[in-house]
Design a protein around this ligand. Structure first.
Ligand SMILES: [Fe+2]
Length: 491
């Protein structure tokens, strides 16, 4: 596939679709809110305008000595417009949040990412651009993939900028000081608008690897710590799978190709995929030093959005963990249900260890622990490690997670704190304690949406004593919609 074909595959627009009536959405919201008794829908409500920097109130404990910097978090923040709304949670406008901590105090601000999509839809007063789970409407303006780029999944710190990341278009550069949008990041002129996944893998202290997916082809991006392109190579994949995340050891890239397979190109994008468990899951291992050196492992069918970092043992055995489910239903069913104010109970994603042995044998070892948003102590990225940090704890009739945990792969024990169903917990990010070097010597920073208080909170945990509860909590006067992924940048 050449570059033109790759671009075309990301820029198709289906002109026709059926709008979900706003009134039906409102009615569904009312009925579901009553069913759970917890008005979790407020965590998926629109933020109508940027939020200027404002102090948060410390409501518990005190900030640990040495914790200073900014937690940037991205996620969809606006879903409804008078002339038509998104059909899927993943299609809301990207909203960058900044929790800034210094001298024991915290502030919160949020600013929408100034994307071509948001400009078109603001002018139209309606959601018209196609997306992951939202079809294009009359008035859509799509010349390339970045015209549909919501920039709403994650964020990384790169060469003094923030890069807001989506997955089917370019990174979007932002100023970390005021969250203003600088614009689409073009890594090389002939690669403009090429896809760049939202979950890059960083070699400790070194290069950043990412992928861009198009059917059974992927571009492998290699970027220096300063943001300069060092490589962009096409690789052929054994399956045209949906890929949201991948993993890596020091020496290898590990692409997990699940059997949610693209068998057509239509909009919305998620309608291009079919769940085909009979195909199983394939894992493609690439040598970072020579991308033509590859190995494919065959695994049973599973679905996952996210993986922890991988490591290699002395005999060549590769291990990584993921949050695995039996099928792809979250990607389609609940992402749409949330926008209607409803929730379809679904099997939990389970933290599972995947082992790939040099002789080709594979094993999947589920821990039984409910988990999503896996993170690690970044100093161990790509290296042998003992712990995984993750969101956990679910409740009937409410979506997402209510607690945070670490899992110890050596002892098989969890260290968990559960806020209960009135908090929707966001991904926890590890921050190393200055001067420390042991794994998990530091803090977990995790916001939550406090449903009862109708407020966004920021919690700090001792990463080695999670069950003891937060050592500090700040509360904002405002409620921001629940976010997806973040990064901490030290002051
Ligand atoms: Fe993600």
């Amino acid at each position: 596939m050449n570059r033109r074909q790759l671009l075309q595959s990301f820029s198709g627009v289906a002109a026709t679709t059926i709008l979900t009536p706003e009134l039906a959405q409102a009615a569904a919201q009312l009925s579901q809110g009553a069913a759970s008794g917890i008005n979790w829908q407020i965590a998926f409500a629109d933020l109508d305008a940027d939020l200027a920097r404002a102090p948060m109130k410390r409501i518990h404990g005190r900030a640990p000595e040495g914790l200073a910097g900014s937690l940037y978090r991205n996620g969809p923040g606006k879903f409804h417009r008078p002339g038509g709304s998104v059909d899927h949670w993943f299609d809301g406008d990207g909203l960058m949040r900044a929790f800034r901590v210094s001298d024991g105090a915290a502030t919160l601000e949020a600013r929408f990412i100034d994307t071509p999509k948001r400009r078109v839809e603001t002018a139209a007063n309606a959601v018209v651009q196609p997306g992951f789970g939202t079809a294009g409407k009359p008035g859509a303006q799509v010349r390339n993939a970045d015209d549909t780029n919501a920039g709403n999944i994650s964020v990384m710190s790169m060469g003094g900028e923030l890069w807001a990341l989506w997955e089917a278009g370019s990174p979007i550069a932002m100023d970390p000081k005021d969250l203003s949008t600088k614009g689409i990041k073009t890594l090389r002129e002939d690669l403009v608008h090429m896809p760049y996944l939202a979950h890059p893998r960083r070699d400790p202290g070194g290069d950043v690897w990412s992928l861009g997916l198009s059917g059974s082809q992927a571009i492998v991006w290699r970027v220096s710590a300063e943001g300069a392109l060092k490589g962009a190579d096409m690789v052929k994949l054994p399956m045209a799978s949906y890929v949201h995340d991948f993993t890596a050891t020091k020496r290898h890239l590990i692409l997990i190709l699940q059997p949610w397979v693209q068998d057509r190109m239509v909009m919305p994008y998620s309608d291009s995929f079919t769940w085909r468990p009979e195909m199983g899951t394939k894992v493609l291992v690439l040598d970072k030093a020579d991308l033509t050196k590859r190995r494919i492992y065959e695994l049973p069918a599973f679905f996952a959005f996210h993986y922890g970092s991988a490591w290699e043992e002395t005999d060549g055995t590769l291990r990584f963990d993921g949050c695995l489910t039996g099928d792809s239903r979250f990607a389609t069913a609940n992402g749409k249900a949330f926008m209607k104010g409803t929730y379809v109970p679904e099997p939990a994603s389970i933290l599972t260890l995947v082992t790939l042995r040099p002789d080709g044998r594979v094993t999947l070892e589920p821990t039984g622990v409910t988990a999503e948003f896996p993170r690690v102590d970044g100093r161990r990225s790509g290296d042998t490690r003992r712990y995984t940090i993750h969101a956990t704890a679910t409740a009937p009739n409410t979506p997402l997670f209510h607690g945070v945990a670490t899992y110890d792969w050596k002892s098989g024990k969890s260290d968990t704190y559960d806020f209960g169903a009135t908090h929707l917990m966001e991904e926890a990010v590890f921050v190393a304690r200055p001067g420390g070097s042991d794994e998990l010597d530091g803090w977990l920073m995790a916001p939550s949406v406090n449903i009862k208080a109708k407020a966004t909170e920021l919690h700090v945990f001792d990463a080695r004593r999670v069950a003891a509860g937060p050592i500090c909590t700040w509360r904002s006067e405002h409620l921001l919609p629940v976010s997806l992924h973040g990064v901490f940048v030290k002051a």
